[in-house]
Each structure stands twice: as structure tokens, then as C-alpha cells.
Design a protein around this ligand. Structure first.
Ligand SMILES: Nc1ncnc2c1ncn2[C@@H]1O[C@H](COP(=O)(O)OP(=O)(O)OP(=O)(O)O)[C@@H](O)[C@H]1O
Length: 695
């Protein structure tokens, strides 16, 4: 491999020695630990770098309201600290220790691991909660893993999060939108509950700014403690040492096509490297499915070595059984290749992984408040992400990471850290959550990183037009509160509420369930023709949402058959997930007093309901356009119908879309035809200007 790859020279450091006030201890894996597997879990726990800091961590948590822990990936922060806290009595007297993660998959995986380490049944003493899945026991659970989004939702019922004694916000360096909102709110809660302990754990050196963030509040509020309570000054602890050594290799020349390059790299590793599974980081379902297909063909074409490859995709929305395959042990003589989005980037330990292939890209959200479009864009990752990705190779033995970019690029061009999600997202969701928690002055909210005022104003405007906020920017009753209560994007929730009045709530919850997952279609290179033919069998002239209803009906008719899905190029596991989510939504809507009713085939009301939620995403086909160019009504942005839509090349005059992805152009995904008069009916305020200037 040496003619394509060269070993890297970088020696990453965790924290600057010059940083004052940082408590340093030193630890690393002992060399004897580098074997394959340990005698038992307890020994394994004690060999993690974080173990040497156990006493220090417990001391700091006891004496400080906020402790910031910085440690490299694999040092044991996530799995060990909650257990140390439990052992030290922080879960006594019915109290609960919470540990948040930005990603659902990480929550499930880490909870399973901790339950295993503690020899308890998952869902009892150790449990987890993610959206649409609660594996906890209200009486028994003492350590609870949950997504940061779920903890935010819990605040709606219990604003001071009274059942928690310690909340550990893990992977804070990822700066997910929910983590940032959570940090702002936790800071507020601490003022009311000084006994609550916070642990902010991060893999990068942002500790200093995080500490300033928590420090400023106490000083401002004059809450510097004078009694015997914990110090309000945040403590910072740097856990040195990480998992096993990971050798980094870079390409010598930039690669043109990372999909092709990932395939060749996997095959090269398979040909030339000893046993060990491979984890490949790509950007989304499309390129993952393409690589899975190319590698699967390779194994079937009986290349001498590649027949032993087990190729598995990994992206959000996989079913439990598909996930289990990823985590299950690799059979003897085989090599697993997991092709993943960045959901495997943090907190996951996939036991057999020895090799990581990093494309250097991920799909990221970028919102432009001027055009009012939130794009999902394939963009370069940051150094922090690259290190996390490499870290997946050194979890239980030494590993290697192959970066599909040059060392020079890594050193000189890659940004150190990503932009916090809150500064590149549409804020509709975030505003409604804060409003539901009674935070009225959103512009004045204490953010770890301030979102742009333009994005905030746009969000307030959309929520006002959705009927969720009133003239005083307070949640309306009942619509605003109901929208906040449904754990979906506010526009989808509004569609469901509108459907109740229009008599098509059965259809609306089906559409909502399908929109909540990535795609129900099977995809992959080389099957486009069959896929297009399959789509035609269900395609509805009204657009994708009605097509989803046809598919759902067909699936039910088939007796929810996997063969039926296979024959029609529909992803069976995705359909099972749709059924699960739909069932949950049915329960939630019933609780909210929404009467479930079918429109019995009247698709006009269904389209009206979609418009009532998604009016802000309305577009008109440009007159005389020969290439299917649309312009958004608000913002006048150029957009096109995505080739995956049943309306691709049909190009009806008026449409609303669910989301936009950017590749060579801005493409609308999930598109439905509308009558423009419904827009002014649904959102008179929003379309005021267009009325003055007739459409
Ligand atoms: N499911 C598992 N099977 C085997 N070992 C595991 C498992 N989960 C964790 N470990 C071991 O525990 C170590 C520490 O994992 P942990 O997730 O606590 O680290 P971390 O410091 O939080 O890293 P990250 O920032 O990547 O989450 C792993 O490197 C691995 O050696």
C-alpha cells in the first residue's frame, strides 16, 4: 500500500500545557493491555485511562457545581463516569444520574455496554430513552442515557429536572443544536438548584470557553457561593491518555471520487492487512448504498480474497435487527465492513474494528436566513471529527486509519472545529422548544454560541404564521402547545393538527411517519431503472406524499410482507420503522384529543393539510423554464425537483417541498402539488406581500 499511502506525522495533543488552572494527571493504557481481550470486565474498566482519575473526578463533582472533563476519545469518559458517580452514592435516595448524547445510536450502544459492565438487565438499573423508545423503569433506573433532545423534552414536564442529581452532557464538542440549548437551560436550572451537578465532557480543548460560559452566569447573578455549598467556579479536568495507538495514513495525492476511493481502499486493506473489521465513513444513504453495492458485487465476483467480506450499511433509521448485525461478532474467517455516516463517529465501540477509512466528508446542515432555505450539504469535516473517526479504530486493540485526503490538507486546510449547529440551522424547532419552556426573551437567551438574529427572526415569523405564536410571541393555546407537544418538526406537527380539521388525520400521521425517516426506497448503484419502474407502480400525480400513502396501503394489503417490499424495491426495515412511528404518533395524537379520521381517498384535503404545515416551502415553476427550474415564493431561490421524486420531470406549476439537498443544484425532496390559493388561506400573514404583488 505504500505507493498510495504515507504514514502521518501528527501527534495530537489534548490540552495546551500553558492553560492555567487546569488539573493535569497522567495516564495511559499499560502496554500489557494491548492484547486481544481482557480477563474480565472489571480489569478492563481499571485499565481505561479515566480510572486513574476516579477520585479526582468524584472530588471535583462533590465540590463544584460544574465540572468540565476533557479527554481523548476512548479514555472511558462515557462508560465509566456514570458508574463512578453511582458507586459514590449520587443515585441514592431514588435520584438518577443522566448522561446525554447527541446521537440515538450512541445512547443505545453505551447504555447496553454499561448495563453489561454492571451485570444488570438493560431497562432496569441502567436504561435509556430516545425519541419513540423508552427503555427505563421509573422506579429502578439509576443511570439513564438519553439524547440531549429527549432531556429537553423532559423539561416540559419537569422544568428543573428534579429527579436528576448529576447531568453529564457528553460529546459537548459536537455542539449539536440540542446540546447548546441544553447548556443554556442547565445554566439557568443551576441557579435554582445549586445542588444539581453538571459534568460537561468533551474531546477537544473548548473547555476554556465552556468554563467561561458557566462562570459568567454565577458572577452576573451574584451567586458566587459563600456558604458551604459547592463552588460555583467550574472545575476543569484533563484526562490524559486514550485508547490504543492508531496509525494514521494519508493519500499521497488528493482523490477525485471518494466513493470509488473507499471501495479500492477497503479491497486493498482486505488484500494486504491482517484480520480485523473495517469501518468506512461516508456521507449519506446514497453513497453508502453505492459502496455497499460495489463491494457486494466484488465479493460475488469471487475475487480471491473478497469473498470473506460481510458488507453492512449504517445510517440513522436502521431497524434494531439491522443494527444488531453491526454489533454482532464477526464469524471466524470473515471480515466485516461497516459503511457508515457520521453516526458512528462518537461514543461507539464496534468491537472488531481495526481499520477506519475516512472520506473526509459528512452531510451537514446549512441554513441561509436570507433565502430561508436549509440545505443538507456534503461538506468537509473538521479535525476534531477526523480524530473521532480515527478513534473508532483504537478501542480495544491498536488500529489503522486511512484518510482519503492528504496530510497537508489535514494540517493546513481542515478547520480545527466545526461551526456549532445552532449557527447553521433553521431555528424554528429550537424557538418552539424554548417557548414551550417559558423562555420568552429568546434573543436575550444566554447561548454558548449566539445564533444569528436574522435566523431567529425568520423562525419567529414562520411560527407566527403557523399559528403557533401569538402577537406577543407567546405560544398559542391550544395550537402552539399541541405543536410543541408532538415530537416532530413543527411543520409536520402543524400538518397533523390541520389534518384533524380537514378530516384526514389517518393519512397525515402516515405521511408524518414516512417523512421522519430517511427514505423508504431501496437504493444503490445499478438498480436505478428497476427502482424507477417500481416507483411508477405507486406514483401519484399529486406527488410524493400521496405516493407514500399508496405504498403504505400496498404494504398493509400484502400483510406487511418482506417479499412484497423486495419485489417493489421498498426497504422492508424502513417500512417496519414507519409502522412503529405511526403507532406512536397515533397514541400521541389521541392523547392530544385529535380525532383520527380517514379522508377515504379524497387527496385534495390531504394536500391542503400538507400545505397548512409547509406553506413556507412553496415554489412556483419558472414560466418558460426548459429545465424544470422553480423559484421559492419567499426568497426567490432557484430550486429543482429531486430526481428521486415522482414529480421529477413532471414539473407541475405549484408545489411545496419537505426539505432541500444541495449537490450540483438545490433539489427539493418530497414534493407535492398544491393550489396557490391554499397558501394565502393557510398563512395570510406570511403571504401578505405576495398578495399585494399578485401571484
Ligand atoms: N461495547 C463495548 N465492547 C467492548 N469494549 C468497549 C465497549 N464499549 C466501550 N468499550 C471499551 O471502553 C473504552 C472507553 O469507551 P468510552 O465510550 O467510555 O470512551 P470515551 O472516552 O467516552 O470515548 P468517546 O469520546 O469516543 O465516547 C473503549 O475504548 C473500549 O475499550
Amino acid at each position: 500500500m505504500s505507493q498510495f499511502w504515507k504514514p502521518g506525522t501528527e501527534k495530537p495533543r489534548i490540552l495546551d500545557d500553558e492553560e492555567g488552572g487546569v488539573l493535569f494527571l497522567s495516564s495511559s493504557f499499560s502496554s500489557s493491555a494491548s492484547g486481544y481481550g481482557f480477563a474480565n470486565i472489571e480489569k478492563q474498566r481499571q485499565r481505561l485511562p479515566v480510572y486513574k482519575y476516579r477520585t479526582a473526578i468524584l472530588y471535583l463533582v462533590e465540590t463544584h457545581a460544574t465540572t468540565i472533563i476533557v479527554g481523548e476519545t476512548g479514555s472511558g469518559k462515557t462508560t465509566q463516569i456514570p458508574q463512578y458517580l453511582k458507586e459514590a452514592g449520587w443515585a441514592d435516595g431514588g435520584r438518577v444520574i443522566a448522561c446525554t448524547q447527541p446521537r440515538r445510536l450512541a445512547v443505545q450502544a453505551v447504555a447496553s455496554r454499561v448495563a453489561e459492565e454492571m451485570s444488570v438487565k438493560l431497562g432496569e438499573e441502567v436504561g435509556y430513552t430516545i425519541r419513540f423508545e423508552d427503555i427505563t423503569d421509573a422506579d429502578a433506573t439509576r443511570i439513564k442515557f438519553l439524547t440531549d433532545g429527549v432531556l429537553l423534552r423532559e423539561m416540559m414536564d419537569d422544568p428543573l429536572l428534579t429527579k436528576y442529581s448529576v447531568i453529564m452532557v457528553d460529546e459537548a464538542h459536537e455542539r449539536s443544536i440540542s446540546t447548546d440549548i441544553l447548556l443554556g437551560l442547565l445554566k439557568k436550572i443551576q441557579r435554582r438548584r445549586p445542588e444539581l451537578r453538571l459534568i460537561i465532557s468533551s474531546a477537544t480543548i473548548e473547555a476554556r470557553s465552556m468554563s467561561d460560559f458557566f462562570r459568567s452566569s454565577k458572577k452576573h447573578q451574584g451567586l458566587e457561593s459563600e456558604d458551604l455549598g459547592p463552588s460555583m467556579e467550574p472545575a476543569i479536568l484533563s484526562v490524559e491518555g486514550r485508547g490504543f495507538n492508531v496509525q494514521i495514513h494519508y493519500v499521497e495525492e488528493p482523490v477525485q471520487d471518494y466513493v470509488q476511493a473507499s471501495v479500492s481502499t477497503v479491497l486493498l486493506i482486505n488484500d494486504q492487512e491482517p484480520a480485523g473489521d473495517i469501518l468506512v465513513f461516508l456521507t449519506g444513504q446514497d453513497d453508502i448504498d453505492a459502496v455497499v453495492k460495489m463491494l457486494t458485487e466484488e465479493t460475488q465476483n469471487s475475487r480471491k480474497n473478497s469473498s470473506g467480506l460481510i458488507v453492512l450499511p449504517l445510517y440513522s433509521g436502521l431497524s434494531r435487527s439491522e443494527q444488531d448485525l453491526i454489533f454482532s461478532p464477526t464469524p471466524r474467517g470473515k471480515r466485516k465492513v461497516v459503511i457508515s455516516t457520521n453516526i458512528a463517529e462518537t461514543s461507539l465501540t464496534l468491537e472488531g474494528i481495526v481499520y477506519v477509512v475516512d472520506s473526509g466528508f459528512s452531510k451537514q446542515r446549512f441554513y441561509n436566513p436570507i433565502s430561508d432555505i436549509e440545505n443538507l450539504v456534503v461538506a468537509p469535516i473538521s479535525k476534531a471529527s477526523a480524530r473521532q473517526r480515527a478513534g473508532r479504530a483504537g478501542r480495544i486493540r491498536p488500529g489503522k486509519c486511512y484518510r482519503l485526503y492528504t496530510e497537508e490538507y489535514f494540517m493546513n486546510e481542515m478547520s480545527a472545529e466545526g461551526i456549532p449547529e445552532i449557527q447553521r440551522s433553521n431555528l424554528v424547532d429550537c424557538v418552539i422548544q424554548l417557548k414551550a419552556l417559558g423562555i420568552d426573551n429568546i434573543l436575550g437567551f444566554d447561548w454558548p454560541a449566539s445564533p444569528s438574529p436574522e435566523a431567529m427572526i425568520r423562525a419567529l415569523e414562520v411560527l407566527y404564521s403557523l399559528g403557533v405564536l401569538d402577537n406577543d410571541a407567546k405560544l398559542t393555546s391550544p395550537v402552539g402547545f399541541q405543536v410543541a407537544e408532538i415530537p416532530l418538526e413543527p411543520m409536520i406537527s402543524k400538518m397533523i393538527l390541520a389534518s384533524s380539521e380537514l378530516g384526514c388525520s389517518e393519512e397525515a400521521i402516515t405521511i408524518a411517519a414516512v417523512l421522519s425517516i430517511q427514505s423508504i426506497w431501496f437504493s444503490g448503484r445499478g438498480v436505478q431503472k428497476q427502482l424507477d419502474e417500481a416507483k411508477l407502480r405507486f406514483a401519484a400525480a399529486e406527488g410524493d406524499h400521496v405516493t407514500f400513502l399508496n405504498i403504505y396501503k400496498g404494504f398493509l394489503h400484502s400483510g406487511k410482507s418482506s417479499q412484497w417490499c423486495h419485489k417493489n424495491f421498498i426497504n422492508y426495515h424502513a417500512m417496519k420503522k414507519v409502522m412503529e412511528i405511526r403507532e406512536q404518533l397515533r397514541r400521541i395524537t389521541l392523547r392530544l384529543g385529535i380525532v383520527l379520521k380517514s379522508s377515504e381517498g379524497d387527496m385534495q384535503v390531504v394536500r391542503k393539510a400538507v400545505t397548512a404545515g409547509f406553506f413556507a416551502n412553496a415554489c412556483r415553476l419558472e414560466p418558460f423554464s426548459h429545465n424544470g427550474m422553480y423559484k421559492t415564493i419567499r426568497g426567490s431561490q432557484e430550486v429543482y425537483i429531486h430526481p428521486s421524486s415522482v414529480l421529477f420531470r413532471v414539473n407541475p406549476k405549484w408545489v411545496v417541498y419537505h426539505s432541500v439537498v444541495s449537490t450540483d443544484r438545490q433539489y427539493m425532496r418530497n414534493v407535492i402539488t398544491i393550489d396557490p390559493s391554499w397558501l394565502t388561506e393557510a398563512a395570510p400573514h406570511f403571504y401578505q406581500q405576495q398578495r399585494q404583488n399578485p401571484m
